[in-house]
Ligand binder design. Structure first.
Ligand code: UDP
Length: 397
């Protein structure tokens, strides 16, 4: 890969900026600093690959592209982000579809008129369904302050109990009354039969895969970008030297880790992914099947061949007899696990405020990305945040 060096071959040279973390925030910052400002950037990552949690790999048995850290679907309504990402990859016309199994029956997700009519064995029109759900939601307060209140106000109690309550309990293992209402606002509720998972203007998967997208960013950065993988910011001696030189740093690791957890840990959820190659052409007939009930311990199963129907593999190819499925289990985060989802309780927010106050007083380091900002960012939001941060700092780098 152009510009990527292993940790052993690190020549001494000078850099203008150190970026810690080669996920979307770090890559976007690197690209902007180099291509707009002509800066020399050292980008390091503790992992042996770039792309952070968006990285994918090709399964060696089936040739199917699998997302290493859980499914990543690109979608955005932000024109700036869409134009930006299209410089590095084009996108397929994939539209994400999810189904959910509840008490032995499969329903479309997110909740739409199909889900509602199937669940209530009814044939409501859009207006009738709206009126019925409004009745069922009437116990919720006008201004929901947590996930339960928000969920019930959106879809009423029976649907909440069937499709959200136990899934959320499995996913977050935190009393839903302590979770932010924002979590559930991510999902659309529709009074028609549209069961597209997202509601954004643009959606798709990188045509040649996530790896090709990120390698194109690196290629466009040219010789002003050096990437060193397998490097720990906190323990690597060469990085320690750079830190002492007070180099301008963009840090995208966990903000509490940076400050040595002095106000305590911010809570995360992690996940465990259990991959299996199955000897059937098509395991579940859709990209993602959620499991609403507590008797299945996993939250969902991904079947990656359905992410790229345009590719000549999987059930889209003549005579295929294998598929790859990945069961996703939610997991309590410890310091040895990858952080995925910020739990973001009131206690976490209090600690975060303290960390942010320290961060604001730093002159030569900024924090960004899901981990650096402790934010439940989608890919497009991460890129938007990086572009905005770049605008903010470009005169002082
Ligand atoms: N959710 C749920 N049932 C579902 C799907 C989602 O209860 O079938 C809730 C759950 O609390 C989850 C949140 O909605 O954390 C957001 O779901 P999304 O699919 O956006 O989560 P992600 O893909 O980021 O894990």
């Amino acid at each position: 890969m152009a510009g990527v060096r292993s940790k052993k071959s690190s020549p001494e040279r000078s850099y203008d900026v150190l970026i810690v973390g080669a996920g979307l925030f770090g890559l976007t910052m690197a690209e902007r600093l180099i291509r707009e400002l002509g800066k020399r950037v050292l980008l390091i990552d503790r992992r042996d690959h770039i792309g952070g949690n968006c990285a994918s790999e090709v399964d060696s048995i089936t040739g199917i592209e699998c997302h290493k850290y859980g499914a990543h679907l690109f979608h955005t309504s932000d024109q700036r982000v869409w134009d930006y990402v299209n410089q590095f990859t084009s996108f397929t016309n994939y539209v994400h579809k999810v189904y959910i199994t509840h008490k032995g029956e499969v329903y479309p997700m997110p909740i739409n008129l199909g889900t509602i009519n199937q669940f209530f064995h009814s044939s409501y029109t859009p207006d009738e369904a709206r009126a019925e759900i409004a009745k069922q939601a009437s116990s919720a307060p006008a201004h929901p302050t947590n996930l339960v209140e928000q969920g019930i106000s959106l879809i009423g109690k029976p649907l909440f109990n069937a499709f959200i309550k136990n899934y959320t309990a499995k996913q977050w293992q935190t009393p839903a009354e302590e979770l932010s209402p924002e979590i559930i606002k991510r999902l659309p509720v529709r009074y028609n039969y549209n069961n597209n998972y997202f509601k954004d203007t643009y959606e798709g998967l990188p045509v040649d895969g996530y790896g090709a997208w990120f390698q194109n960013i690196v290629a466009k950065c040219g010789k002003n970008l050096e990437i060193r993988l397998g490097i720990d910011y906190f323990t690597d001696p060469q990085i320690a030297k750079l830190r002492r030189s007070d180099i301008f740093t963009i840090y995208t690791g966990p903000i509490d880790r940076y400050y040595d957890y002095r106000f305590g840990e911010l809570k995360w959820r992690s996940i465990e992914l259990e991959k299996e190659v199955v000897d059937v052409d098509d395991f579940q007939g859709c990209p993602v099947m959620n499991y609403a009930d507590l008797d299945q311990k996993f939250t969902r199963i991904h079947e990656f061949k359905h992410f790229h129907p345009e590719r000549n593999y999987g059930c889209y190819a003549e005579g295929s007899d294998k598929t790859v499925i990945v069961r996703e289990y939610s997991k309590t985060w410890t310091r040895d696990d990858e952080p995925y989802y910020p739990v973001n309780t009131a206690e976490d927010r209090e600690k975060l405020d303290q960390y942010r106050a320290l961060a604001e007083n730093e002159s030569n380091i900024i924090f960004g990305g899901r981990l650096g900002e402790y934010a439940y960012y989608d890919m497009d939001k991460t890129i938007a945040a990086a572009l905005a941060k770049f605008d903010e700092i470009k005169d002082r780098v």
